[in-house]
Structures are given as structure tokens and as C-alpha cells.
Design a protein around this ligand. Sequence first.
Ligand code: UD1
Ligand code: CA
Length: 454
Amino acid sequence: METAAIVLAAGAGTRMKSKKPKVAHEVLGRPLVRWVVDAARQAGADRVVTVVGHGRDAVEPLVQDTDVVVQAAQRGTADAVLSCKDALAGFEGSVVVLSGDCPLITADTIAALSRVREEQGAAVVVLTMDMDDPFGYGRIVRDPSGEVERIVEQKDATPEEAALAECNSGFYCFDAQALFEALAQVNSDNAQGEFYLTDVLAICRAAGRPVVALRADDPAECLGVNSRAQLAQATKVMQRRINAAHLAAGVTMTDPDTVWIGPDVAIERDVELLPQVMLMGVTSIGEDSVIGPNTRLTDTRVGRGCVIDETIAVEAVIDDGATCGPRAYLRPGAHLCEGAKAGTHVEIKKSTVGKGSKVPHLSYVGDATIGENVNLGAGTITCNYDGARKWPTVIGDDVFVGSSTMLVAPVTIGDDAVIGAGSVITEDVSAGALGLGRARQTEKPGWVEAHRQA
Ligand code: UD1
Ligand code: CA
């Protein structure tokens, strides 16, 4: 049977106290609504419709691969689903409704909702969970035989109803036809004056259509993000979930609590992650590399057998056997070729450091192409910026640059050249030559004695 998913993402989320709409807030670099859309797709949804409204300019670009429907005024969850009527005109099958503020829902659970509905021929399957503190959630009211009768919202609940522990997760699977027929009958006659999607259950039941509850295996999947505290809580759950998967796949972590890995990170086996490591964006780490401590890599590719110690890298490429840090900063376009080194207090931007070449200490390398087996002495700086434009530095193979050298770009150093320490190099240096650009040392014998104060 075909399945469509509706993702509700039109609410304001006032409790976030944010300029940004709630569903655009991120968990490990991925917006809340994106987690939900991705889970729906993974569960095999043939179509995904996202309902936007509040802050839609910020939300729409996040869900461009879905059918976007605008709910003009946020009149409640039933009204939000009803706004998808045209988008789903003629659709027959299962409609899964998901909250855009619940990023922990899994594809397995979404798939289970539609499977149970189809197996049982139900009009609705609602995912429920038992909460120690159910305050704020809708409660599942069952009849004496244990069948689901209706859902009552916190603000409409009697004290007896409020004492019920079984809560509505806000995730459902409906039969499309039953859903839209029932929605036409929902009114706003309740404490909040809103159109409640939850009323659809009682309406279906009154029409003699079966309504089923599915208890969630893991209530954490239903955690809704309504506040910054819940955002932190959801992030923590996601961190543990992602780390557990990498641990199971053969990655070592000294202290998983201090390791933060984004959802689009790939890590090969026998990688070791030391404390305080963040791997974000589309980052990948090859076999046997050791990362950390105190390292943040974003959109960075690390090869096999690398050692990356106290490093920050953004959009960098680090080939097999290269080493970084402690305290290296690789900026976009930095490329360390096989066995190369970016050492201590070294910043590299938009530059290639060739195979086996080393930039061991206190250097800035920008807009440079460095050949193989080059050694840049401590404090070497490529002066790539003249205040208006950036210029390139090209260094051949087997070059030795003495400490504290300024390479004033544009400048080219030929293969095998040697640059004397403390040089300011403003002209090209030929292959095999010694380049020197510094004042000659002078000596004044007896100067100290002659100038001694009487
Ligand atoms: C809802 C349920 C409640 C359940 C809880 C689980 C209703 C009436 N109540 O309550 O039973 O326990 O979720 O988290 O459904 N939204 C729109 N348009 C609107 C209103 C809401 O798109 O007009 C979206 C929100 O952005 C949000 C979702 O629907 O993603 C849920 O709305 P919210 O106001 O958070 O509902 P709750 O009060 O949490
Ligand atoms: Ca909510």
C-alpha cells in the first residue's frame, strides 16, 4: 500500500524564545524538521508533505525536496493536516502524521505504524508512550475493555484523566479517506479554541472504525522539542545513538560522552577517538587514524593512519599517514598529501602541502602550492595578501626554507632551493639556488666598554 507522510512544522515554538522558527533549530548540525523528513523517507514514504507557516521563509528551504503546503494561520493540528487535503487529493493508502519538532523518531517506528494499520485494517494507529511525568501531553483514554476511546489534551483533562500515564506521542498512521472525512467534523470547542487532530480518533470510533494504539518501545523517540532544555536533551539522546552505532562498527572511544558525531560522518574501523572530539558535516575518517583529544573536524576528509591532535579543520583534506597538531588550524582548501605534517600553531588555508612535506611550527601558509619533501622552518609565513588581493606562493620539491622566512607573494621557489633563515623573499628563487634576503650582520668590537657610563 502507498504511504504518504505529513510533517507538521507550522507552529511558532514560542517557548524556544528564539528569532528562528523552532523546527529550524539543529540537533548535531541537522535541523529538527530535516531529521523527521529523513526518517519518513527512510521508512519508505512515497510522498512527503510538509506543513509550514510560522517562519516559513526559514523552514521552506530546509524541506525543498518535499511538497510544501502553507497553513496560513496556526489554528491547531487538525487544521494543519486539513491544509494538506489538496496536496493529497485522490491519494489512497496510509497517511503518517509526524511532528516536525520530534527529531528522535526512527524509520523503524514509522514503518511499524503503517504496518500495524494495514495488518489490523484500522482507521488510525496512534503511537503512545507511558510517561513518569505526563504533564503537557494528550492522554489516551481507554474504555473498560481496553480499547482506545479518545485523546484528551492536558488543558481539557479532568483530574482523573490527567492522572493517566499513557500519552499521545503525536505520531499517527491514518487511512487517508477516514482521515479527511473525520477532519471535516473536527470543531474548536475546547479549552484552547483550536482544531485538535486528536479528536479524529473519537470521531473514527463513533463511526465504527477501528482505532488502535501502538506503545513505543523507546519513549525517548517521542521526545518533543519545545524548549532549549529539550533541545539539549534530544541532542544528548542523538549523540548516544550515533556513538553506539560507531562503537558497534569497530570505532574506539575513550570517553563517548565527550565525543560528538554528526549524522553524515563516516568512520572506518580501528579508528580511535580520544576525549573532546567533534566530527561534523560530511566528514570521513580512514582506518587506524587517531583523532583528538580536543579536535573539531567539519566537512573534512581524513585518510588512513593519520594522527590528528588538538586540531581544528574545516573543509580540509588530509591524506593517508599525515599528521596534524597539536594546535593546527586547517581552513577551507587545505590539503595535506600523504605523510605530510602541519605541526604546532600552524594555520593553513587553500594550500597543498606535498607528499612528505612538513610545516612543523608556528607558520601561516595561504594560497600556496608546496611540492614534495619540503621543510618550512619555524615561523615561515606566506605573505599572500597585499591589502587588496591574494597572491600565490609556489614552492618546488625538496626545498628547505630556513626559520622565520617571509615569502612575499606572488613568488616561486624552484626545486632543491635553500632559503636562509630570517629572509624576506620578494623575488623568485631559481632551482638549486640559495636565496637570502636579510641584512648582513655587523660587529663593533669593544662597543660595550666604550659606551659604559662612567
Ligand atoms: C500535540 C498533541 C498532544 C500530544 C503532543 C505530543 C494535539 C491537539 N495535541 O500537542 O496530544 O501529546 O502533541 O508532542 O495535536 N502545528 C502546526 N500547525 C498548528 C499547530 C501545530 O503545524 O496550527 C505543528 C507544530 O509546529 C508541531 C506539531 O504541530 O510541530 C504539534 O503541535 P504542538 O502545538 O507542539 O502540540 P502539542 O501541544 O505539543
Ligand atoms: Ca509539541
